[in-house]
Design a protein around this ligand. Structure first.
Ligand SMILES: CC(C)(COP(=O)(O)OP(=O)(O)OC[C@H]1O[C@@H](n2cnc3c(N)ncnc32)[C@H](O)[C@@H]1OP(=O)(O)O)[C@@H](O)C(=O)NCCC(=O)NCCS
Length: 242
């Protein structure tokens, strides 16, 4: 089997098809001996990472890199340096006590990605790590993806997350063939709600007492965008960037 040709083929597929293709390849070839060059390609293939979605250039200043274990220490430091700001709306912050906790989170995000259930990205602004955004576990039966995000305090107010989520929406519909993308935020989290609102998501309503946050239940605002709305979304973006 010519693995380079396989890799080229896999890279041209949408992520969902690429992942199912990779699974088939492994089942077919796992009992065979690989040549040295094939073995060199193996880690790339077995990670299921497609080059086009490993790094997303969002704007001149903003870049998304697929979350990986090499980000562990820096990511933990970012959370640690922004605890008060993040914990107000994110329940997992208090449980992130050491970089081992961050490592566990990254490992579970990688398992999710490798299973074809949604990528998570580290956000960089002018080369500096500043936050995370990505998909919660896909609901593949219904082709739904939920988006989550956070920025460290110093990077709020620059338009970084709106542009990052714009890119996630595009790969969600175009690469992962989702039909619906959801964003749910605590009703009182005005900055978070402003992200889907800026991107033209539809506000669908209130999910009552949807989250247990620091000893109280909070209502969520649910926003969505459908694949059929992407064209209108693109046109609105073009108009706003003129
Ligand atoms: C939610 C969160 C990521 C939003 O951050 P944010 O900086 O407000 O969002 P953006 O990066 O899209 O930036 C928008 C801000 O930049 C400004 N901005 C500057 N240039 C901009 C541009 N080109 N495009 C859009 N906004 C721009 C906007 O005016 C806005 O500021 P304002 O609210 O003061 O008017 C951040 O507040 C956060 O991490 N909070 C804690 C964690 C959290 O709540 N996560 C979400 C849980 S659901």
């Amino acid at each position: 089997m010519d693995l380079r040709r396989v890799w080229k083929l896999v890279s041209s597929l949408s992520s969902r098809n690429a992942n199912s293709c990779l699974r088939k390849i492994f089942n077919l070839t796992s009992h065979r001996n690989c040549s040295r060059s094939a073995a060199a390609l193996w880690p790339q293939l077995s990670s299921g990472i497609k080059p086009m979605e490993a790094n997303l250039v969002v704007t001149e200043a903003v870049e998304l890199k697929l979350l990986s274990l090499e980000h562990t220490e820096q990511l933990f430091d970012l959370v640690d340096g922004s605890r008060d700001h993040l914990r107000e709306w994110l329940p997992w912050v208090d449980g992130t006590k050491t970089s081992t906790d961050t490592e566990s989170f990254i490992k579970s995000a990688l398992r999710q990605y490798e299973a074809g259930d949604g990528p998570q990205y580290v956000v960089f602004h002018e080369g500096s790590m500043c936050g995370v955004c990505g998909f919660h576990l896909f609901d593949l039966a219904n082709r739904i993806g939920g988006v989550g995000y956070w920025l460290s305090r110093a990077y709020v107010g620059k338009g970084i997350m709106t542009s990052a989520v714009r890119s996630l929406v595009k790969i969600g519909f175009n690469e992962h063939e989702l039909n619906r993308i959801e964003i749910a935020c605590a009703m009182g989290n005005a900055r978070s709600r402003a992200v889907p609102e800026r991107l033209g998501f539809t506000f669908e309503g209130v999910l009552r007492e949807r989250e247990h946050l620091h000893g109280r239940y909070v209502d969520h605002a649910l926003y969505s965008m459908l694949a059929s709305e992407l064209l209108a979304f693109d046109k609105a973006l073009q108009r706003s960037s003129r």
